[in-house]
Design a protein around this ligand. Structure first.
Ligand code: ADP
Ligand code: ADP
Length: 228
């Protein structure tokens, strides 16, 4: 579903963030990218939705070389969740969640119905929370809205950059549990960046362990931890 072939990213200042990276993620697989700050995880992820362009190498999504796909169209098929989800402050939670479906031309009623389903899926009752505004929600709840919004147009691929990084440990564990339950229901192809090895192990079907600009190990949690 996602394939990197010898991908290198060198920034204009000469920093090589990603160095000859090749890997493959299967459809419906959740791969966590783990490693210290500055080793190239975010760069890897942002090349998948073409917010960053590789210096060399090729990236395929669903068999298509993404260099040949219009970036705006590409991003409609790729959900994106970052640490500080930017919700629109003057739109209700339901309207925030319905943003992408509305943007791509779904009928308003259909977009809202789908948004309500997704809010329900991430553990926010749409009857209670749908009409509220972002400032009326806790950080953890806003993060859930971010996940619901990323999934609303039903993209096959989901990119998540430290999605649970900004909340306290108790809420984080709750969000992780809910996310796993949700992933069982929707089975997206997911790349999830974290610097927390525990989170990587807990969530990943497989784990990509980064060194400087490279993946040093790409295996199941059990194999990465060295247990059978
Ligand atoms: P992360 O939390 O993944 O480590 P950073 O806080 O390092 O992310 O980076 C946040 C943003 O700043 C990203 O858009 C990244 O491209 C940019 N950035 C990171 N390092 C540099 C740098 N040395 N020069 C310019 N921009 C950078
Ligand atoms: P991570 O997500 O693992 O923290 P990044 O992909 O954000 O790592 O960064 C990898 C390397 O590339 C770091 O050395 C960072 O400083 C550098 N970098 C990231 N963005 C930029 C940028 N826009 N310009 C220059 N260097 C950058």
């Amino acid at each position: 579903m996602i394939r990197f072939e010898q991908v290198t990213k060198r920034y204009p200042d000469g920093t090589t963030a990603v160095d000859g990276l090749s890997f493959e993620v299967a459809e419906g697989e959740l791969v966590t990218l783990v490693g210290p700050s500055g080793c190239g995880k975010t760069t890897t992820m942002m090349m998948v939705n073409r917010l960053i362009e590789p210096t060399s190498g090729r990236i395929f999504v669903n068999g298509q070389d993404i260099a040949t796909v219009d970036p705006v169209r590409l991003r409609r098929r790729i959900g994106y969740v970052i640490q500080q989800v930017g919700l629109f402050p003057h739109r209700t939670i339901l309207d925030n969640t319905a943003t992408v479906p509305t943007l791509i031309g779904w009928k308003k009623a259909k977009a809202r119905t789908r948004a309500a389903e997704l809010l329900d899926l991430v553990g926010l009752d749409p009857k209670t929370y749908g009409s509220r505004y972002p400032e009326q929600l806790s950080g953890g709840q806003r993060q859930r809205v971010g996940v619901a919004r990323a999934l609303a147009a039903d993209p096959p691929v989901l990119l998540m950059d430290e999605p649970f990084g900004a909340v306290d440990p108790v809420v984080r564990e709750q969000l992780q549990d809910e996310f796993l339950r949700m992933q069982e229901a929707v089975r997206k192809t997911v790349l999830l960046v974290t610097h927390d090895i525990e989170e990587a192990v807990r969530l990943g079907d497989r784990i990509a362990v980064y060194g400087q600009g490279r993946i040093e190990q790409f295996d199941t949690p059990g194999a990465v931890l060295g247990t059978p």
